[in-house]
Ligand binder design. Structure first.
Ligand code: ZN
Length: 331
């Protein structure tokens, strides 16, 4: 045939080769670029724009803002940092800005909290086979003190239970300590970084001056340019712990949700902190505060095998869930 001459084939193959070079690299399920605006020298994104991009409904009811889709339900409060996703509380890095009835969320919060919750493809993909468990405190550092328990004893007991569940589910587990010894925070982070573990989970119990305070909290590393949830100090520096901001938040959310589901404890939310271990580890990391030893009623429950088993199951189950998400993530 006329079209099969060698000159045509040469041009045809040249065109195929060139198109391979010139075509943009295909990106599947990429997050759409959303325009930001500047208020108070900070970048914000209109919640209405986010809702339009993802096909969510945005509406206000009883002073709260809801952004909902088939698989998503966010709620926010104008001018507040507290928010929720599928009923699990979290603290934003910056308050939702109410600009005469038009609501804006900071670009940092959109990128580090909303994006990973909206679509797992906005997270970094990595394998999850080995878990580094870090029972808080130990030795001369007893941690929080209740009437009956030292925090260091309960963290070890709980970590051992988590380890058992994780091993049963096929994970390798590395522990920062297996007995009652002192290890510095720096050494814990260094051990995690040496261990080739895929995720880091630090286990703690809480204490507050107000003895009425109770409930569960899960922390992940504060993003650069934001203040931690319990502070107003903004730090623009990026640390090793910021390598996986989006994965950190997804893991923290899944862990908080799962612990609440198994224990029915009070939800105090997913929060940000620049705790040394979270700052220095190079893998996705969270720190769980599994109840307040300073609250006498809480302490009685926390000390029981029933409660520790519920929390341990919650932690282990969330890691199984995170593995499913992280191993199919898109970045
Ligand atoms: Zn602690």
């Amino acid at each position: 045939m006329k079209f099969c001459n060698s000159k045509f084939l040469k041009i045809f193959f040249l065109a195929v080769i060139l198109s391979g070079i010139l075509l943009p690299y295909p990106v599947v399920n990429a997050a759409p670029a959303i325009k930001s605006v500047t208020f108070f020298k900070r970048q914000y994104i209109n919640l209405r724009t986010i809702a339009n991009v993802y096909g969510f409904r945005l509406f206000k009811r009883s002073g709260r803002l809801y952004m909902t889709g088939k698989y998503h339900e966010f709620s926010f409060t104008p001018e507040k940092m507290t928010a929720a996703f599928q009923g699990v509380q979290f603290v934003l890095s910056h308050a939702v800005y109410d600009n005469k009835g038009v609501y804006y969320i900071s670009k940092t919060d959109y990128e580090t909290i909303l994006m990973p919750l909206i679509n797992r493809n906005n997270m970094k993909r990595h394998k999850v086979r080995t878990v580094f468990l870090d029972p808080g405190h130990g030795g001369r550092d007893v941690g929080a003190e209740g009437r009956y328990y030292y925090e260091k004893v309960l963290t070890l007991k709980l970590a051992a239970k988590v380890r058992t569940y994780l091993k049963k589910a096929g994970f390798n587990v590395v522990m920062s300590r297996r007995s009652d010894g002192f290890i510095s925070l720096k050494d814990r982070a260094a051990a995690a970084n040496r261990s080739k573990a895929d995720i880091f989970v630090s286990i703690h119990f809480n204490s507050a001056a107000n003895k009425k305070v109770y409930g569960l909290e899960t922390y992940c590393m504060t993003p650069a340019g934001a203040a931690s949830s319990n502070s107003t100090k903004i730090d623009n520096k990026r640390y090793s712990g910021n390598n996986y901001d989006r994965n950190n938040f997804a893991l923290a959310y899944l862990m908080q949700r799962s612990m609440l589901g198994y224990s029915k404890a009070l939800d105090r939310g997913v929060k940000h902190a620049r705790f040394l271990v979270l700052k220095e580890v190079k893998i996705p990391a969270v720190l769980v505060e599994c109840g307040f030893l300073s609250n006498p009623d809480s302490e009685r429950i926390i000390g029981t095998d029933l409660y520790l088993n519920q929390i341990a199951k919650g932690i282990a189950h969330s890691i199984i869930n995170y593995k499913k998400v992280a191993e199919k993530a898109g970045l």
